[in-house]
Design a protein around this ligand. Structure first.
Ligand code: SF4
Length: 129
């Protein structure tokens, strides 16, 4: 499946319009563009899970964000209210498979507790400080 076929297949998804913009040929951030193209294909492919290498890469990036937040004095952990709000979104989400977000490969129990993390398709954001 190509990314354009995937974008057509997920046209009804809430994140589709933003993803279509990020996937455009004229997005100057090629790394971001390619990431969202892969994400669109995964979203349109039932049961597809983030590859293990990508999961490891995402975990590494999350660790860097946490370390950076700690170094510059920003909170690392989300508030309980934020955790509860994120949980209420993730738990019924069709992308949550066995406690793992199939789009990014993260354990949702860990992801929702970190202030620096966000949903890969924009259902919830990182905590603004
Ligand atoms: S992080 Fe986003 S896509 Fe993943 S399970 Fe939670 S709400 Fe769904």
């Amino acid at each position: 499946m190509t990314h354009t076929e995937a974008l057509d297949a997920i046209a009804d998804h809430s994140a589709a319009a933003q993803m279509r913009l990020l996937c455009r040929e004229d997005n100057p951030n090629l790394q971001q563009r390619d990431k969202y193209r892969q994400l669109a294909i995964r979203l349109a492919t039932p049961g597809a899970m983030a590859p293990v290498l990508e999961q490891a890469f995402n975990a590494g990036k999350a660790a860097v964000r946490v370390a950076t937040a700690a170094i510059i004095g920003q909170p690392v952990l989300a508030s309980q209210a934020e955790i509860d709000a994120r949980k209420a979104i993730c738990k019924p989400c069709p992308e949550l498979v066995s406690g793992q977000c199939r789009l990014c490969g993260c354990s949702y129990q860990h992801k929702i507790r970190l202030a620096t993390e966000e949903c890969p398709v924009g259902k919830w954001a990182s905590v603004p400080y």
